[in-house]
Design a protein around this ligand. Structure first.
Ligand SMILES: [Fe+2]
Ligand SMILES: [Fe+2]
Length: 150
């Protein structure tokens, strides 16, 4: 388990990410978790006030950083699956594509300065961390380890 603590929101106060067996991917998962914490912190700050222009700029910058990093992470994970003939590749890729689609929709709301994105974005990121990494990514652990990857 990769322990990860956040005081940003009650629901995400203690996120334990499972190790997926590959050091590089574990590292990327932790970085995604740290971005989710950063996002939660901004959202918490905005719980009692409307976002200013500077807040929206921070949100834009963080969101773009997350989008770029998620794209890199997915590409790397998928390339490993293809290279080693992972049998769950197609289904896994569909989930990555769905998440990317949800993020693109979210970016539309942010671009329109729609404040309703706040809670949706928070749950999207944390659901992803808990469910995708711990349940879906975790499934490839034994497969890659059997191929000698670590
Ligand atoms: Fe992953
Ligand atoms: Fe994945």
């Amino acid at each position: 388990m990769l322990g990860f603590k956040s005081s940003a929101t009650q629901d995400s106060s203690h996120c334990l990410l499972k190790e997926v067996g590959l050091a590089q991917l574990n590292k990327q998962h932790l970085r995604l978790a740290s971005y989710a914490v950063e996002f939660s912190q901004i959202i918490e700050e905005l719980s009692s006030r409307e976002p200013s222009t500077a807040d929206w700029r921070r949100i834009d910058a963080l969101f773009s950083k997350i989008m770029r990093f998620v794209a890199t992470h997915f590409a790397e994970e998928e390339a490993l699956m293809v290279e080693h003939g992972y049998p769950g590749y197609e289904a896994h890729k569909k989930l990555h594509d769905k998440f990317t689609g949800d993020m693109i929709k979210m970016q539309g709301e942010i671009n329109n300065r729609n404040i309703r994105f706040k809670m949706k974005m928070n749950s999207l990121l944390w659901d992803w961390l808990y469910k995708h990494i711990n349940e879906v990514d975790y499934q490839y652990r034994d497969f890659f380890q059997a191929k000698g990857l670590s």
